[in-house]
Design a protein. Structure first.
Lengths: 160, 201
């Protein structure tokens, strides 16, 4: 097998050292302030995605075809990314768990509508209750989702 | 992957860097634009689909690409693979940070083998992303081209060949140290190496 090794100039390494700019701390502070400015807009859009997922639940339960599951997976993956970026960690975990259920079910060739419904119920709960007092209860729900996935699909598969 | 800690007081300048951002979700793109804006990037190029991004690769000189693994019309992994094998120089070797939310089991090896410079797990956290940007700016890995892989050298820790193998490279050293082939140094010679000496400054 022929292997070619070449060295290209890393232009970014030169540009980043140019005079001016800002300190690393300033860059992080500015980025966080900028993110805060779009917080409400992004979380509003995320909430619409959660509703979209919940609205599609009945149809997916009735007919869990590959296209519908891929769509659910993609929306849940987006919810995970948006929720986590703005500190809605448990909502993000519930969405991540749904991705995990769909992916591992596809890999294992098994499907469980009750497991899917449990995830929908968890998302509904996270959406309605993000209070400090409900945090422990939500932790229990998330742990339950992990057990449900293991029960349906078996242990996590190893990467190929 | 260990990253040296970045001094919060050290300065960075990304004002003149041409950065291509790729995310098919409008909200995901908003987050990226705001975060990179905070880092000092002036006007990042934005693409929400692979086809548009390919046009930008052909028409702009890019210093950094940040891409989501899940695009509207193609996988981010496939885009990076296309970029690395495109022979569009120097963009084919530009630093690429690939962001991934949940990774499907079938895509884990794709993430490793597509040729990205760094994989970042979502959700996006400014501190983590800035660390990775600084990391890819500091690195100068050799670009490997072979039938099975195209991209920055995946072995950059220099810990020798994987255990149980002899290594495939001319400069791979054997794990076992052989017998010395020159005489041992005398104790005086060793002492003189360790002895503090006056230096004229």
């Amino acid at each position: 097998m022929t292997v070619t090794r070449r060295r290209f100039e890393n232009r970014l390494s030169k540009l980043i050292k140019l005079p001016g700019g800002k300190t690393v701390q300033e860059a992080m502070d500015d980025a966080e302030a900028n993110m805060e400015s779009i917080r409400d807009k992004v979380l509003g859009a995320m909430d619409k995605k959660v509703l979209q997922l919940l609205d599609s639940a009945a149809a997916v339960t009735a007919d869990p075809n590959p296209e519908a599951l891929t769509n659910c997976y993609n929306v849940a993956n987006e919810i995970f990314a948006l929720a986590g970026a703005f500190g809605k960690v448990q909502m993000g975990e519930a969405a991540y768990s749904l991705c995990e259920l769909i992916d591992r079910s596809r890999e294992a060739g098994k499907w469980s509508s009750p497991a899917f419904q449990a995830h929908m119920n968890a998302l509904r709960l996270m959406r309605h209750d993000d209070t400090e007092e409900g945090q422990e209860a939500r932790k229990v729900v998330l742990a339950g989702l992990r057990s449900v996935i293991d029960a349906v699909t078996g242990p996590p598969p190893k990467p190929r | 992957m260990a990253t040296p800690p970045t001094n919060p007081k050290s300065k960075i300048n990304l004002e003149r860097a041409t950065v291509l951002l790729m995310d098919s979700s409008p909200q995901g793109m908003d987050i990226l634009v705001q975060v990179l804006g905070g880092f000092g990037v002036r006007t990042p190029l934005r693409a929400m689909a692979g086809a548009a991004a390919m046009d930008m690769v052909k028409s702009h000189l890019l210093d950094l690409i940040i891409i989501d693994a899940q695009l509207a019309d193609m996988d981010g992994y496939d885009f990076v693979k296309w970029l690395r094998t495109s022979k569009i120089e120097p963009n084919c070797a530009a630093p690429v940070i690939l962001m991934s939310g949940h990774t499907q089991v079938s895509n884990v090896t794709m993430g490793r083998d597509c040729g990205a410079s760094f994989l970042v797990a979502k959700p996006i956290v400014p501190r983590v992303l800035l660390d990775r940007v600084i990391w890819v700016a500091r690195e100068n890995r050799v670009f490997i081209e072979c039938p099975t892989y195209c991209g920055p050298d995946r072995r950059f820790k220099f810990v020798g060949p994987p255990p149980g193998t002899e290594g495939r490279r001319a400069d791979d050293l054997p794990l076992e140290v052989g017998m010395a082939n020159t005489p041992n140094m005398s104790q005086d010679a060793i002492d003189s190496l360790l002895q503090p000496q006056k230096a004229q400054l």
